[in-house]
Design a protein around this ligand. Structure first.
Ligand SMILES: [Zn+2]
Length: 428
């Protein structure tokens, strides 16, 4: 009897949890906004977004369009935006600030299952920043695939994830007799690049990531690590399988070869030469400069566990990164917002938008990098990045006018809906 009761209460608990997560997916909803920037170039006053299940059925200003049975959510004191998209995260490289243990040490010590379980906290903080979709660019042991599946099943609350498995990278460990280095994403030479890339697709990767230069964490060096032939092989193989590819390069050489090889997006790259910038304009290559992640490293280096002494180089890199972004924007390169969020940076994902405004964008142009542009880069421009009929019901309510001050979108998120379910509510 006792056993039965326990089982019954567990069923009830899960039913309650499922209900809380979806707040009745079958019930039609109508969300009212004072202003709505729809991601398609229109600014609505007194907009009403009509939702069925996880999709938007229409946007209207006519209250008589609201179905009689619909749940009305009144956010008329707020401005509405499409759910934001962060195209460069590392959701499973999450750490907390466990006292006395630097983050780098925590990562090395945590088993993969622990990492995935902890990552739910970063996922919630990401949602609270208004980010309802991420492109996750590098994880260990397919933790990203596990997390994507848990979120899609409703077992974990978090942003919709598009993931890459292991990023493809050159050998970077010394020879040790009797020790087999972990394979993961390591690939040297075209045949190995092809094998490792195909392994990621077999594992269930949505997108391919390749590291074409040195530079990460407190290291801002910019040496190209792959040859043009290796990069070209990866780009072509990714495209052959219908996947897009994101190529990491801190420096101009890897960037030049990545762009020339046809990468879909170029991550981080600083000191881009004019010819590469022109080539990006011509090809429509997305630039994801990730300026803010180095700001995060400077603010948190002791907690992360970097050694003192890297700061001057990183500060100089940020300045050059911003200057490169300014130049690329002026030339007409397309941008997508990527935070490179890692460790405890989740929730600060959209600070990158302020750098984009510093680089010369209007707040509206900056918002496009995290909505319509990012959706294009994901190949999801008919489902994500806009508030319109047929799109996922991913909505954000902010307090203030994000089109006159980008900080409103960064700091004043009050309410978030993902796929028709309210996941953040700070309106009360
Ligand atoms: Zn990254």
């Amino acid at each position: 009897m006792k056993k039965l009761l326990v089982a019954l209460s567990l069923v009830l608990f899960f039913a309650a949890t499922a209900a809380a997560q979806t707040t009745g997916p079958q019930q039609a909803k109508a969300v009212k906004f004072g202003k709505l920037w729809d991601g398609k170039g229109r600014l609505w006053s007194n907009a009403i977004v009509l939702i069925e299940n996880d999709k938007i059925t229409s946007v209207t200003t006519n209250a008589s369009d609201i179905p009689a049975n619909a749940q009305v959510i009144d956010l008329s004191h707020y401005s509405g935006l499409p759910g934001l998209i962060d195209v460069h995260t590392h959701m499973t490289i999450y750490t907390d600030e466990t006292p006395g243990k630097p983050m780098l040490k925590q990562l090395a010590d945590n088993p993969p299952a622990v990492e995935v379980f902890l990552a739910r906290k970063g996922a919630l903080r990401t949602l609270a920043a208004g980010v309802t979709t991420v492109r996750d660019l590098g994880a260990d042991q397919y933790e990203d695939i596990a997390m994507r599946e848990l979120i899609n099943r409703g077992e974990m609350i978090g942003p919709r994830m598009f993931v890459c498995g292991y990023g493809i990278t050159v050998t970077s460990t010394a020879f040790k007799p009797g020790f087999n280095p972990p394979q993961g994403g390591i690939a040297d030479g075209v045949p190995e690049v092809l094998r490792v890339l195909r392994q990621q697709i077999a594992a269930g990767a949505d997108v391919i990531k390749m590291y074409a230069s040195t530079g990460t964490d407190d290291d801002t060096s910019q040496f190209e690590t792959y040859s043009y032939e290796e990069i070209k092989a990866a780009v072509d193989a990714a495209h052959q399988f219908g996947r897009k590819i994101a190529i990491h390069s801190y420096g101009p050489d890897g960037a030049r070869d990545a762009v020339r090889a046809g990468t879909d997006s170029l991550e981080h790259a600083t000191d881009l030469d004019d010819a590469t910038i022109q080539e990006m304009v011509k090809r429509g290559t997305f630039y994801v400069p990730t300026i803010d992640h180095n700001r995060y490293y400077l603010d948190n280096w002791q907690k992360i566990g970097y050694s003192d002494g890297f700061q001057a180089k990183t500060k100089a890199f940020i300045e050059r990164n911003l200057a490169t972004a300014r130049k690329a924007h002026k030339a007409g390169v397309k941008f997508a917002m990527g935070s490179d969020a890692i460790y405890t940076m989740f929730g600060e994902n959209t600070r990158e938008l302020a750098w984009f405004v510093k680089a010369g964008m209007t707040p509206e142009q900056a918002l496009r990098t995290a909505t319509s542009n990012a959706a294009d880069l994901l190949g999801k421009s008919n489902e994500l990045g806009a508030v319109a009929s047929g799109y996922y019901a991913d909505l954000v309510a902010v307090e203030g006018d994000p089109l006159s001050d980008i900080e409103v979108a960064i700091r004043n998120v009050r309410w978030v809906m993902k796929g028709g379910a309210v996941v953040v509510d700070r309106t009360r």
